[in-house]
Design a protein around this ligand. Structure first.
Ligand SMILES: Nc1ncnc2c1ncn2[C@@H]1O[C@H](COP(=O)(O)OP(=O)(O)OP(=O)(O)O)[C@@H](O)[C@H]1O
Ligand SMILES: [Mg+2]
Length: 311
């Protein structure tokens, strides 16, 4: 269980991460999003104790990473696949990790097969493609069967088949109850698998919510209605709690009410509906609005919500 409280990380005069508080939920995949330079890698490095926070605190199961017993069973992380010694073979690399962590060597074969590298397990890593190196880092991260998996841009360098494979793997890990945190600068990469998203922009936490909340709570979702008696319909819908707006004569934009309920209310009141269209922004649209700072999602910050949200 990872918890960040008012964590700030400063490099000389640069604030890389600015006063963020987070809880990484178990049993779900959390997408850690933000444009280049937002502070994602820095946050992950601080969680792993590779960099000290300037202020605030970070804990893993209530303790700093450095004071954990058997840390590889708590968090497995891939931060930088170029850190792997390319003179080794995947089997040697994983065996060294296993020995260092006091883990049975049988785990090495299990992992080689899990990441699909059995056939090349005795080739030098130096000859591998970026995608194959990613798979080795992923195997390394999983060596201690950790409760939390944290990966920095794991889709980089993977081909279509690799992306599909990794998505399935991450989903399975979350299903086993593990907390999975995946960074990316592209919502499209993680949209299909993330249950929650956290968005950082210039070191600030802009959003922390479930995917469905992101869409539902958008002020951009509305139902467009045309009818034979628009002014009467407008009055009745407002009376029933909808937010109604007439952008041009003859057309209503209705928020806070479903299309179905609008149709039922119109029917009950003998009003004809000519058009009933649901408008919902794509997640990509919402995400770019957040990054541009046009939409304020701070009101939706759900740090206090400690319960896991499953799809
Ligand atoms: N060791 C360091 N020394 C000085 N500045 C640093 C250091 N590490 C990161 N920074 C700065 O902190 C900010 C956040 O960087 P970070 O690498 O965490 O962003 P990121 O979200 O991971 O970006 P990307 O998507 O490009 O990987 C950047 O402005 C970066 O230049
Ligand atoms: Mg980064």
């Amino acid at each position: 269980m990872i918890q960040l409280s008012n964590m700030t990380k400063r490099f000389a005069d640069k604030i890389a991460v600015n006063d963020i508080s987070l809880y990484i939920h178990p049993g779900v995949v959390t997408g850690f999003l933000g444009p280049n330079g937002a502070g994602k890698t820095t946050t992950m490095r601080v969680i792993l104790g590779l960099a000290a926070p300037t202020s605030g605190s970070v804990s893993v199961n209530g303790k700093p990473y450095g004071s954990l017993e058997r840390p590889l069973s708590k968090i497995g992380a891939t931060i930088d696949s170029s850190a792997i010694d390319t003179r080794l073979t995947p089997r040697q690399h994983l065996s060294i990790l296993a020995t260092a962590a006091g883990i049975n060597k049988n785990r090495v074969d299990e992992l080689l097969s899990l990441v699909g590298l059995q056939k090349v397990s005795d080739k030098k890593i130096g000859e591998f493609s970026l995608g194959m190196k990613q798979r080795i880092s992923i195997a390394g991260a999983l060596i201690g069967n950790p409760e939390t998996i944290m990966m920095d841009e794991p889709f980089n360098g993977l081909d279509v088949e690799g992306i599909h494979w990794l998505r399935t793997l991450l989903r399975d890990l979350a299903k086993q109850g593990k907390a999975v945190l995946i960074s990316s600068h592209l919502l499209s990469e993680i949209q299909e698998i993330a249950d929650r998203i956290i968005v950082l922009v210039r070191g600030k936490l802009i959003a922390d919510m479930s995917m469905s909340e992101m869409q539902e709570k958008s002020f951009r979702s509305y139902v467009q209605v045309q009818s034979n008696n628009i002014s009467e319909l407008k009055r009745i819908l407002a009376e029933n709690g909808a937010q109604v707006y007439m952008p041009e004569s003859g057309i209503l934009h209705v928020r806070k009410m479903t299309a179905r309920r609008i149709g039922d209310i119109a029917f009950t009141n003998g009003i004809r509906i000519y058009e009933l269209v649901n408008y919902q922004p794509s997640l990509e649209q919402l995400f770019s609005e957040m990054v541009d700072g046009k939409t304020d999602y701070k009101g939706l910050n759900l740090n206090q919500d400690k319960g896991a949200t499953k799809k």
